[in-house]
Each structure stands twice: as C-alpha cells, then as structure tokens.
Design a protein around this ligand. Sequence first.
Ligand code: ZN
Ligand code: ZN
Length: 544
Amino acid sequence: MMRCVSGQYYIIRASIEKGSPQKALLDYKAILFSGTIQPDHRTLSSILDACKILLDLRFATSIHARIIKTGFQLDPSVLSSLVTTYVASDCLDRAYRVLYEAPELSTDPLFGNLIIDGCTKSGEFDNANRVFKQMSQRDVVSWNLMIAGAVRNGRPKEALSVFRQMLGLNFRPDGFTFSSVLSGCARTGALNEGKRVHQLMMENGIELNSILSSALIDMYSKCGRIQSAKQVFESVQRNNVSVWNAMITGLAIHGLALDAMALFSRMEDEGVTPDSISFLGILTGCSHCGLVEEGREHFDLMRSHYSIEPQLEHYGAMVDLLGRAGFLEEAYKIIKAMPMQPDMITWRALLGACRTHGNAKLGEVAVEQMAHLNSGDCVLLSNIYSASKRWENAERVRDEMKKMGIRKKRGLSWVEVGGVVHQFKAGDRSHPESNSLHEMLERLSQRIKMEGFVPRRDLVLMDVSEEEKEGNLNLHSEKLATVYGIMKTSPGTEIRVSKNLRTCHDCHGWMKMVSRVLKRIIVMRDRIRFHRFENGSCSCGDYW
Ligand code: ZN
Ligand code: ZN
C-alpha cells in the first residue's frame, strides 16, 4: 500500500493535523507490520509528535528504542521531537539523558532550551539551572527562559543575578528579557535595579508595547514609586486594557482606592473597555480601604453594564470586603449565591472574618464546607474553638494537622541596599552578616520594648498569619530585612522592604514602633498592599 517513504510520512502527518493522533499511531503500526519500508526521520519525528499529544510515554519509549537501532539519534529533528516528547511527559531526566548521549548536537542551544523550558514549567528550577550551566552554547532564548523561569518559580533574586550575568557576557536582552526582569524587580522591590533596567531599555531603543508598559508600571508601583508609575502610565500608549489594569492595581495596593476608581472612570471615558482584571483591582482596592458601598456598586456594574460574569476571584474579593467590614451574613449570602464551587480562599476569607468579628457559629459552617483543610484553615478553626474555650476541639484540630504534616509557607523578605538585593528567610541565620544582624535586632527589640512596645505573644498561640510559625516572632523575615536595612544605611534613610506573604500583627506593630523610635520611614510591601510606617503609625490605618 505505501510504496514510498514520503507516502507514510504524509499519511501520518495528515492524521495528526486532522486531530487524530491515535490514528497516526495505528498508521505507524501498519507501516511496521507491512515490513516493506523502514520509517524515516520525518516519520519518526511525526509519530513522536503524536505521542506527545497523547502523552503516550510507552509508545514514545518504543520509538526511542527504534531510533537508536536505526541510527537516527543524531538527526536534529528526531532528537528535538524526542526531547520535547519527554519534556511534555514530565520525564525530564530522560530528556536530559537523550541530550547528553548526543554530544555532537548538545552544542545547539535549542535542545537545552527545550529542557530548561520543561523544567521551569514543572517547578524544577534547580534542574533547569543544572542544564543551563552545562550548555556549551547559549542563546538569548536560553537566558530568557532562565530569567522567566526563576521569576515563575518564586526565585526573583536569582532572576536578577542571571540577568546580570547575561549582561556581563554581552548578550543583548530583548523585550522578553526585560519584561521578566522587571517582574523580578517588582517582586523583590528592587527599585534601583528596576530603574537601571528601565534606563537600559531606553538605551537599547526597546519599544514600549503594552506588555512592557504594564511591566514598568507594575515595577514602579510595587517598588513604592507610585508617582513614577503614573509618569510611565501617562507617557505610553494606553489603548490596551492591560496598561490600565497595571495602574489600577498599583493604586489599589498603595491603598489609593479612590484614585483607582477615578482612573477606572477615565478608562471608560477614553473608550477602553474594562475587563475582569480591572474589576478585580477595584474590588481588592475597596477591600483594603473598607469601601463597602463602592465595592458593592462595582460588583453590580460588572454584570449589569459590562456583561462580565464575576469569576471565583471576584466573589472571593467581595466576601473579603464584606467580611472584614463585619457584614458576615451578607458575605455568606454571596458565597451561597455563587454559581461555582467556592474555593478555599473564599471560605478562608469568611473564616478569617468570623475570627475577627467573633462569630464561631458561621466559622464552623465555613469549616464544614471545606472539603480539604489546609494548614491556615486548621489554625483558624482551632483558634475559633480556643476562643470559645472548646479546648478539646481545638486540640483535635491541631493533632489532625500534625498527622497531615501540614506546614505553612516560608516567609521571604527582600531589602535593597546599595543596589544589591538581600534576601531573608524567617529565622534565617545563613546571611554572611547574620551575627551582627541578630545582635542589632535584639538590641532594637529591647529598646522599643522600653518605649512601650508589647510583642503580640498571643500570636504564637492564636496564629492567623500565613506564615509558618516561628517560636520567636522576632525572627520573621521582614524584621530581619528591616534591621539589615537600618544597619547598612545612614540615619534618616527610608527603608524599603518587600515580603512574599501577608505581614503579621506583631511585625506590623513592631515596624510602627521602630519608625517612631529611630525616626525612620519604613515602607513595607507585603502580598496584599503597601504599609508606610512613619512616626509610629501606618498608612494603612491598621486595616489590611
Ligand atoms: Zn511577623
Ligand atoms: Zn500597615
């Protein structure tokens, strides 16, 4: 039937393109069965594509064996299909082996790039790094994948260091590089680095498309420079909604919900249609500021005027907004009216509100609804029981947690000193200047205690923070980063710290006191918003 090699290739290709990879595998089996023609490199590549679509690892493995038997393992197209198939099937080790069994080809960055891409997408940044280091040739794509991968895997500091290496080796960054680096700067609050990147973009004549404009606005606002963010916003093309969204979200995390709403109206006036992210920015902004009425209005506007169906996040934001402001029953009503299954975050928002406003009954309802308890929820539930003196129940929940081996997230904070970003983990002793840092922290904590600061020890027992509990609240990462900033800068210099989680009450109070005693402005951005501590009070008005 199939007399020529091209014939078999076209048949298989056609099956894949028609969306029946399963049929391609059958075609291939038929070819082998007929025994007249050996599959060529194009056929083998195509059949691997079919395996990739079907995630059929067993079939791919048998093709791999045939490739070796027939000597096609040095064919670039076959090799690349093999590597991508293994990467897609999450067999990164195999992909890696294939590559290094063909050293002649491993000089082509394409293959290393495929593996780096696969590794960073499946959260294996260290493996990506290993491959990256072993590559004899790298191209801009390799660097971009590493930088974007580091950011995606929550390692923004590494993204910045890879970027510096890239520049040191005279690779020319492109728009992709810049958008990832800016997002690394935004996460760590590395303002000086971010400014340098902005400068470099201008020097390289990089055109500010909507992605880069949004990234710049996001960087400046997350690094505490809302004015610079506004300047960028006013100077770029604003016909894409994502640029407006970056600005609205920026204003919201700065606690400027009214400005965010004004910008929202201006967007409507300028003929740009808001999308679901615009509304999410507005709702979270209202939530941080307790603007209940405005939040309700925009939530209604979404559907009535723009026909945007609220998604899970919007419902979550509304529940948070209403719950914090004490409208617990209304928040619960929203949850009950949700067309989709409420997620953990939504229930947790209600549960958190129940704790704040002391409603154990509704708190229990929330917990019952949670199919899978995670650490934060267990802690909340246990707190609710403790508060109503139902000690046995509280203890049972804690035992359950231990059995499930749940841990909280590790807190990370960053402070930029002299243009270099320093990272601190909760309880960290790994920093080279750890000893003097801890001494200074101890001294400072003593001093503010004398000035009247009372550590919130109850938080160790009644912990609603997101962070893994440290025996000593003194060792939360934001305190370490702040003290490091104080140590390394001259008196009066503003300290800017960024944190990956929401800050706890103890650290918040501590920062307020330190700002008064040392007469320093401390600006801390946590996962939720900015806090600007000055002379003993915070810009959030203790509502966050
Ligand atoms: Zn803390
Ligand atoms: Zn605050």
